[in-house]
Ligand binder design. Structure first.
Ligand SMILES: Nc1nc2c(ncn2[C@@H]2O[C@H](COP(=O)(O)OP(=O)(O)O)[C@@H](O)[C@H]2O)c(=O)[nH]1
Ligand SMILES: [Mg+2]
Length: 233
């Protein structure tokens, strides 16, 4: 999966990616501020999760656009402590909603380890755009709630793709896998191959023999069939 982590400057995006990837990440920064991106790889129940953190300064919009392309899910990080960041949070939220319309999103109400942090009710009052989104009180510093937030997001992503993923699981290893998928989902060849490519890139499966056949990674097969397993750990 490709997950983009966005939100205003200093909200804790880089630290969040550091935590999620267990430190297996890079941060392209200058004097402590991300200027290009964070990138890291996490493993959730055998599923590869490619994390991309965006630079939080307004002028790096083009970089955020490039990093967001094709993301499967969004972690939107807000600073629970600093009300001064709220206006910027609103701008960034508009931006990501424009770049990635319809892509599942969870909100990380970060820095909840600090005494001055605003509770979720308060944040919802201050940040009206949060209406309708799942908001998790988290700390990128202690890691509190970060795992359940990530799992919830992955679950939402897998639900969004559930008709396609069910066919991935069903026809994995089948010599006519591509054809059967096209028929069952009523897809043009180009579109079906597009799905295979997309999720091959995300390491969910491997495409073989010209494109006709694909094989799902053993560890992720049960998750494709039954995404709720992600929530049961
Ligand atoms: N106490 C606390 N500090 C945090 C937390 N997350 C980030 N920080 C601090 O906030 C500052 C900005 O974090 P950073 O990850 O660089 O933010 P980014 O600009 O969104 O990438 C750093 O000094 C972090 O150590 C948190 O959950 N709790
Ligand atoms: Mg950063």
């Amino acid at each position: 999966m490709k997950i983009v982590v966005t939100g205003p400057y200093e909200a804790g995006k880089s630290l969040m990616i550091h935590h999620i990837t267990n430190g297996a990440c890079i941060n392209v920064e200058r004097r402590g501020t991300t200027i290009a991106m964070d990138h890291g790889l996490a493993n959730v129940d055998g599923m590869s999760v490619f994390m991309f953190g965006t630079p939080g300064l307004l002028r790096f919009r083009t970089m955020r656009k490039i990093l967001s392309e094709g993301a499967d899910g969004i972690i939107f990080v807000v600073d629970s402590v600093d009300p001064e960041s709220d206006a910027r949070a609103k701008l960034f939220f508009r931006e990501i909603a424009f770049f990635l319309p319809g892509v599942p999103c969870v909100v990380a109400a970060n820095k909840q380890d600090l005494a001055k942090s605003r509770p979720i009710d308060q944040l919802r009052k201050n940040l009206r755009f949060l209406a309708g989104l799942p908001v998790f009180p988290v700390s990128a510093k202690t890691g509190e709630n970060v795992d359940s937030m990530l799992r919830t997001l992955l679950y939402l992503v897998m639900m969004q793709w559930s008709t396609v993923f069910a066919k991935f699981a069903e026809f994995s290893g089948d010599k006519k896998g591509l054809n059967k998928m096209m028929k069952d989902l009523n897809l043009e060849r180009e579109q079906a191959v597009g799905y295979l490519r997309r999720f091959e890139l995300r390491k969910l499966l491997e495409v073989q023999v010209g494109d006709e056949q694909f094989v799902v990674k053993d560890a992720v097969r049960p998750l494709l069939e039954n995404p709720v397993l992600l929530m049961k750990r």
